[in-house]
Ligand binder design. Sequence first.
Ligand code: ATP
Ligand code: MG
Length: 183
Amino acid sequence: MRLFIAVNFNNEIKSRLVQIRDRISAQSLKGNFSRPENLHLTLVFLGETPEDQVPAVCSIMAGAQRTLSLRKFTLDFAHTGCFRRSNKELWWIAAEKTDPGLGVLAELRRRLSSGLLAAGIVFDKRPFNAHITLGREIKHPAPIILPREKITAPINRISLMKSEHISGVLVYTEIFALELKQG
Ligand code: ATP
Ligand code: MG
């Protein structure tokens, strides 16, 4: 199964993200825009993983939680931008580099990485880039203009997600979660 560890958002944050997504979409000729329920931040991408490794992934997540004694925290998103590939763009919104919450996430990612490495579980080791994908394959006739706005997202849980295409629709399903303690 195709797995990743992610931060999901509550409905209020998702609707604010959708407003930005829709501003990009309104200025685009075409694009594949993220469905509201799919808006997330990937912490670790495992990719295709044998089903019998899932319990080990869950216990590595739980172990990281115990060691770090993770508390609920917030992440500020204000920085929108894009990656360009050929003549299409992928638009994202990123956590502010100076955000203390990003330090918490980076520490969690280090813990998860060392646990996964020790267990011989494959994952993507490229540097962490804390962003939420708003849309891909975007083409637009003129520069996209977005208002500068800060979204402070409460982070209450960390989720192990399964990714699949069901009847051509990209669906993410939470299969395990770490509930963070009250801050
Ligand atoms: P698609 O089906 O179009 O690929 P997707 O990229 O959203 O959609 P997945 O490929 O399953 O779905 O990826 C799940 C999450 O992991 C997404 O946030 C994606 O950006 C991220 N991701 C995918 N591949 C990698 C990778 N090699 N390294 C890091 N993150 C990745
Ligand atoms: Mg992908």
